[in-house]
Write a protein that binds this ligand. Structure first.
Ligand SMILES: [Zn+2]
Length: 252
């Protein structure tokens, strides 16, 4: 759905269209959504974002389910998970299913309000980056069926190393499902040598996260470079709500 958002009128129309299109929250099943702009001018300048990019990133981070409070980014992650397991229904029901109860799940940083749902799983663990080094996960190889992270990888200095660790700890048919901010119209660039850029919620230590990588249209390659054999881009809404599923069918 390539939309012309170059004028305020088109931009407003686009947002209204989406608000009417997204009719159910994949996390709680709610039907009401609110919207607020979340980007700030310094970040827009640092990242050299166009108006189109500003609009869809605002939606990704600022469109919220009224009932559960999750934003579109978290909804994309949940929808990718549900699709991966071919489950029809919201995440709050999935975690009560027999299949879900068998899964060993690792969450790296809370993905919005998904943690409060995922923690109902009997075999769910949560670790927090950067307090916990994502590039050196202290878990045995082939431990988890599912690894989740959301808008964390851009803060990891070596994202391939981070994904490689995710792959290592996955079982043979395991899945790594995650989101990163993707600037879809350009290629990935490192922010090495550029002015420090921060975003994301302030963590428990009161430290804002530095961004090391601005992911672009080629972000799929990071998963393959990390040893996954497949990368799939799941789209709940284009381009505001994309999530990546990386899998491998190689013997570990
Ligand atoms: Zn919801």
């Amino acid at each position: 759905m390539a939309q012309d958002c170059s004028t305020d009128k088109n931009r407003t129309n686009w947002i209204e269209t989406i608000l009417n299109t997204l009719n159910v929250c994949p996390i709680c099943g709610g039907h009401d959504f609110s919207y607020r702009e979340v980007l700030w001018q310094e970040l827009v300048s640092d990242w050299q974002l166009s108006l189109f990019e500003v609009n869809y990133i605002n939606r990704q981070q600022g469109l919220n389910c009224v009932r559960c409070g999750n934003n579109l980014r978290s909804m994309a992650l949940a929808d990718a998970l549900l699709c991966s397991f071919k489950y029809r229904g919201p995440l709050v029901k999935f975690v009560e299913s027999d299949l879900a109860k068998t899964l060993n799940v690792l969450e790296i940083n809370e993905a919005g309000g998904l943690s409060s749902v995922l923690e109902k799983l009997p075999n769910h663990q949560l670790v927090r980056y950067p307090e916990y080094d994502m590039t050196r996960l202290a878990f045995e190889s082939a431990t988890f069926d599912l690894v989740l992270h959301s808008d964390t990888l851009e803060h990891v200095p070596n994202p391939v190393a981070g994904l490689s660790e995710c792959r290592r700890i996955l079982t043979k048919n395991g899945r790594c499902i995650f989101t990163v901010p993707i600037i879809i119209g350009r290629l990935t660039r490192s922010r090495a040598g550029l002015k420090n850029s921060h975003h994301g919620a302030t963590n428990q230590l009161g430290v804002d996260y530095i961004v090391h990588t601005e992911f672009g249209a080629d972000m799929w390659k990071f998963a393959l470079e990390a040893g996954f054999t497949s990368t799939r881009i799941h789209c709940l809404e284009y381009p505001s709500a994309l999530a990546i599923e990386a899998t491998t069918n190689n013997e570990q």
